[in-house]
Design a protein around this ligand. Structure first.
Ligand SMILES: [Zn+2]
Length: 90
């Protein structure tokens, strides 16, 4: 089961988006905690990225089953740090 974990930087809340939530016809999601709405263009790009990513993992499983290829499952994680918080030491 693939799903996305979304962090809202307005309220610092988190919520999940599942397959059933990923439809182009649906309105962009709102944060369930503070009701901020996602931008429509970014929402559509997120759906594209989600399906591309899910397809790669599905193919890893399929080709492992069918052809004995090595099995991998990949998870994308993001941790946002403001640029001014990154300490570069030389
Ligand atoms: Zn929020």
């Amino acid at each position: 089961m693939d799903y996305l974990k979304v962090r809202c930087f307005h309220c610092k809340g988190e919520f999940e988006l599942y397959n059933r939530n990923m439809n182009y016809d649906d309105k962009p999601p709102r944060c369930p905690h503070c009701l901020k709405k996602m931008d429509k263009t970014q929402w559509e790009r997120l759906i594209n990225a989600y399906y591309t990513f899910a397809e790669v993992n599905k193919n890893f499983r399929k080709y492992h089953e069918d052809r004995g290829e090595p099995l991998f499952q990949v998870e994308l994680r993001s941790y946002f740090v403001k640029p001014e918080k990154i300490m570069i030491e030389d």
